[in-house]
Design a protein around this ligand. Sequence first.
Ligand SMILES: *[C@@H]1O[C@H](CO)[C@@H](O)[C@H](O)[C@H]1NC(C)=O
Ligand SMILES: *[C@@H]1O[C@H](CO)[C@@H](O)[C@H](O)[C@H]1NC(C)=O
Ligand SMILES: *[C@@H]1O[C@H](CO)[C@@H](O)[C@H](O)[C@H]1NC(C)=O
Ligand SMILES: [Zn+2]
Length: 310
Amino acid sequence: MGCMVKFRFSLPVFLLLSVAVVFFSASGAHAWSKEGHVMTCRIAQSLLDPAASEVVRHLLPEYVDGDLSALCTWPDQIRHWYKYRWSSPLHFIDTPDDACSFNYARDCHDPHGVENMCVAGAVQNYTSQLMHYKEGSSDRRYNMTEALIFLSHFMGDVHQPMHVGFSSDEGGNTINLRWYRHKSNLHHVWDREIILTAEKELYDNDMDSFQEDIQNNFTHGAWSDDLASWTACDDLLTCPTKWAEESINLACKWGYKGVTAGETLAEEYFNSRFSIVTKRIAQGGVRLSMILNKVFGHQDHHYQQVMATT
Ligand SMILES: *[C@@H]1O[C@H](CO)[C@@H](O)[C@H](O)[C@H]1NC(C)=O
Ligand SMILES: *[C@@H]1O[C@H](CO)[C@@H](O)[C@H](O)[C@H]1NC(C)=O
Ligand SMILES: *[C@@H]1O[C@H](CO)[C@@H](O)[C@H](O)[C@H]1NC(C)=O
Ligand SMILES: [Zn+2]
């Protein structure tokens, strides 16, 4: 696969890669399912103001025809490739067992102790790279297309509760159990199983109506009053820490709680966790749009302030 380390792949290669994603996710990697990332990115793109929307279109490669969600799983596809192996620790955070807290200085590093190499550090990193977009090409040390795609993906991951999990069980990856009748693990239940079960059982395999339901919940439904608090962020570079803290708290309260390795999780677990999963997808999307509107858009005053301090 080393020779395919190219971004501007043709459509057939892209389809091949999609098969590869399924393969990789099935082999135990940390990853919000393809569906989770796609919904997060679609929600975000639907909330962009015209200026930000224009920049996003401009940064995306032509072959996706302006659709950000088409590339939101790309970082999961490439993380095992030699050229991008450095990006692998950026998808998650390992926190001390049972601490149920995230401390950036203590926890945000890779297995070798290299600082900032965790999903909260990555969101911060790619946000700060995109903040330079408006300064023009002179300060483009980084590839803005890659920064946009990495940010969009990692905003999904930082909101997946089990991506901020305990070290010894690798965020639930080593807690083997059954999901209804098939073998799975606790990490996968949160990455994919709950989403796929909902898609099949509640939405008759129609992802669009699934996404519409999530979107309706924050436009005029149960979560519409919470939108202001979701997007409250005084400093774009420290907010990822807050979002990661939310994740580990949810992982403790709803992910790990009451779960024993080897058991079967089914209806009861699904019913009580479903709306937590969808809310995290919604929050990831809403907050991604908030960031992109601030760094690319016109009308946000606070953006100037953030720029002035970086
Ligand atoms: C940015 O990265 C993408 C993907 O790796 C690549 O295809 C593109 O040519 C790069 N753009 C620039 C300006 O280097
Ligand atoms: C920040 O982005 C650059 C460019 O992609 C990458 O080399 C570096 O490892 C990233 N660091 C973090 C913490 O995300
Ligand atoms: C919408 O919100 C309600 C109330 O929190 C929840 O029960 C329901 O599952 C949510 N629907 C979706 C699709 O998230
Ligand atoms: Zn990921």
